[in-house]
Write a protein that binds this ligand. Structure first.
Ligand code: FAD
Ligand code: NAP
Length: 337
């Protein structure tokens, strides 16, 4: 176990916020994890498990212990008539895992290609894009209970998966360290191209026959056009969740705002938060180095030297103006520390 003090985290968070951790430990084995947890039992530092740092906004230095999960390994653990069961360790890159699945022709995750971050965080907010969520392919995960230092297996029913949500973002936040996730990947693909711009992109690329690889390629092209690359411009993807409101309220709002988009699911309707933010005039806004991305208002960006506090204050102003105009309170998707 190597503990580092006052360790810089700028390169470990995709917003590129210059903060440090009081203590930092790279966790590349289960033994190292057990050792540092045993040490901390006497120290009682607050623990933050860090993956790829792509869904985090640091507003100040972290005065506790950062455990940087870099556990590696991908393994086909079993096969049934219809599924492959693939276990990946928490420190593997999610995008590289999807690339591996595409190469092996394992279906189910192709719509989720190019989402930054690591395996361990995928169940945290039930990552999703283009009509697919991790819960659709989730089989089980292993996690270490920080207090008891024991390994616990969570099946799908234990995780309370919801829209960009799970039990690990709610009641079990900061209580477990996810060490591996096993995905149940169908042998027979069920392509999902109805969402967003996928069909248009496939047509543009001249795809005649659908395949896992063709969908992955289309999703990459769409995402690269629309989203800022954190290597170039600091960001954590969508800063806010898309609000889900009663359909009745949505129909009321359509009267003054006839172009308001909405995706109905029975009595509830999901609104694109980016549209609401754009209507409030924020799209393309920049004050010093904190801004709202010009191609997608849902993404807040750090053009270089913004502090986490500046980004947070901007998000606060956005919440207030959206609430004032639409009487809808946006909820942050990004984890604030
Ligand atoms: P981190 O940011 O490191 O951590 C996020 C949270 O999970 C923290 O609270 C952390 O403590 C906790 N955590 C991390 N690892 C573990 C672990 N092993 N055990 C317990 N807790 C843990 N998200 C989507 O859902 N869909 C998208 O399409 C999408 N697109 C994005 C595009 C861009 C350009 C960016 C920058 C982000 C995007 N995101 C998207 C958000 C982000 O990539 C995902 O939420 C991702 O899963 C975060 O993974 P991470 O490893 O970076 O997590
Ligand atoms: P988009 O295609 O411009 O659509 C805007 C929003 O409308 C999306 O967020 C999506 O909600 C919703 N939507 C679009 N088509 C829909 C349909 N057929 N049924 C139900 N809802 C629909 O979105 P985008 O910004 O380019 O993002 C594309 C996808 O990548 C989305 O799924 C988005 O969630 C995901 N993404 C997520 C992040 C993140 O950080 N969380 C960042 C970038 C992109 P949903 O968000 O519920 O899908």
């Amino acid at each position: 176990m190597q503990l580092l003090e006052n360790y810089a985290l700028k390169s470990f968070n995709s917003f590129g916020i210059a903060v440090s951790a009081k203590y930092y430990c790279n966790i590349s084995s289960n033994e190292a994890l057990q050792e540092v947890l045993a040490w901390n039992k006497k120290q009682h530092h607050q623990i933050l498990v860090l993956g790829g740092g792509s869904n985090i906004l640091f507003t100040k230095n972290f005065e506790g212990l950062v455990l940087h999960n870099t556990l590696k390994g991908i393994e086909l653990v079993r096969e049934s008539e219809h599924y492959y069961y693939v276990r990946a360790m928490a420190g593997e890159s999610w995008h590289e895992f999807v690339q591996y699945c595409v190469k092996q022709n394992y279906a189910g995750v192709e719509n989720l290609i190019l989402i930054p971050g690591n395996i361990g965080a995928t169940p945290m907010q039930n990552i999703g894009a283009y009509g697919v969520e991790i819960k659709d392919v989730f089989y089980e995960l292993e996690a270490v209970d920080i207090e008891a230092q024991s390994l616990v297996v969570f099946k799908k029913g234990d995780c309370n998966f919801g829209y960009r949500d799970s039990i690990f973002k709610q009641t079990l936040k900061n209580k477990f360290i996810i060490t591996s996730v096993t995905y149940e990947l169908p042998k027979l693909p069920k392509y999902n191209t109805s969402y967003g711009a996928i069909e248009m992109e496939l047509e543009k690329q001249g795809v005649k026959e659908l395949s896992i690889a063709a969908i992955a390629k289309a999703v990459i092209a769409i995402r690269q056009r629309k989203l800022p690359d954190p290597q170039q411009i600091g960001n954590a993807g969508s800063f806010f969740k898309n609000p889900v409101i009663p359909t009745e309220k949505y129909l009321q709002l359509k009267k003054p705002y006839p172009t308001l988009p909405g995706y109905a699911d029975g009595a509830s309707t999901k609104l694109p938060a980016g549209w609401l933010i754009e209507q409030c005039g924020w799209k393309g806004y920049r004050k010093e180095d904190a801004g709202c991305y010009a191609l997608q208002a849902l993404v807040l960006v750090n053009y270089g030297k913004a502090t986490g506090e500046e980004i947070y204050n901007l998000s606060e102003k956005i919440i207030q103006t959206v609430q004032h105009k639409f009487e809808i309170v946006l909820e942050r998707e990004v984890n604030i520390y």
